[in-house]
Design a protein around this ligand. Structure first.
Ligand code: APR
Length: 245
């Protein structure tokens, strides 16, 4: 198996998906026993679904909060913390995961592209998102203290745009790597490559002349666009994949 060299010239951009949390006991979305197997995506993860049945949406996210609060980071999360410690500001972790396990493991340079399960915001007023681990009882739709309108989970739903600042942060990292004359490396782990813009980062990095790695249990929809592909569980592969030089 090729080694991923992380030396003083390396700028590493990492993208993670649900597969990285699978070994912690967090269900993935697609594939066998994935979340989308038993749930209508539109009903629980879209603005329309929230408008139609907000208590159903809160039931879904409250269940996910309960599940994520009961599990712990795994060796895959911990390996990324070690890489960050080694590379410092030449490291950035963009995650599609909303479970907060990267931060709980100790990752600091994290972009939560799809939001965070343990944050809530108002569906109407400008009140900033706030920390909220509440598991709301069935039938409950919490209301905003500021304007009285419905609160919603701070999650990017289907049909919604990502925070422009988050996308900018990822693009700025690649640009800084390029202008520094360093070696840009992109590694994606535990993601099916089904959702954009996350699934398109590999193309941006390739265009910038960067090296690309995929660590995944099954073939991803964008597998062919990666130079190096390692098939396996991220909790087993990531701890031994990199040579820290
Ligand atoms: N190690 C590595 N890869 C794994 C593991 C594991 N232990 N277990 C599963 N996988 C792989 C699967 O083979 C699959 O390709 O992880 C991938 C998970 O894919 P998805 O369930 O589609 O999750 P993800 O790519 O993160 O989904 C992207 O879609 O539903 C939306 O917003 C949601 O952020 C999510 C986005």
């Amino acid at each position: 198996m090729d080694s991923l060299i992380l030396d003083s010239n390396t700028w590493l951009l990492v993208l993670t998906g649900a597969g990285v949390s699978a070994e912690s006991g967090v269900p993935t979305f697609r594939g066998m026993s994935g979340l989308w197997e038993d749930q209508h995506v539109e009903a629980v993860a879209s603005p329309e679904g929230f408008r139609k049945d907000p208590s159903r949406v809160w039931r879904f996210y409250s269940e996910r909060r309960k599940g994520a609060a009961a599990v712990h980071p795994n060796p895959g999360h911990e390996a990324l913390v070690a890489w960050e410690r080694h590379l410092g500001d030449r490291f950035l972790l963009a995650t599609q995961n909303v479970d907060g396990l990267h931060t709980r493991a100790g990752s600091q340079r994290v972009v939560e592209m799809h939001g965070n399960l343990f944050k809530t915001r108002c569906s109407r007023c400008e009140r900033p998102p706030f920390d909220d681990a509440t598991v709301y009882p069935t039938g409950t739709v919490p209301e905003c203290d500021a304007c009285g309108m419905r609160l919603r989970p701070h999650i990017v739903w289907f049909g919604e745009y990502l925070e422009p600042a988050d996308i900018q942060r990822i693009e700025d990292f690649s640009l800084r790597a390029a202008t520094s004359g360093g070696r840009l490396v992109f590694l994606a782990a535990g993601t099916s490559g089904a959702v954009y813009p996350a699934a398109g980062i590999v193309d941006q990095v390739r265009k910038a002349g960067g090296e690309t790695w995929l660590v995944n249990l099954d073939p991803a929809e964008n597998s062919s666009r990666f130079e190096h592909r390692v098939v396996g569980k991220s909790g087993e592969v990531l701890p031994t994949l990199a040579k820290l030089a």
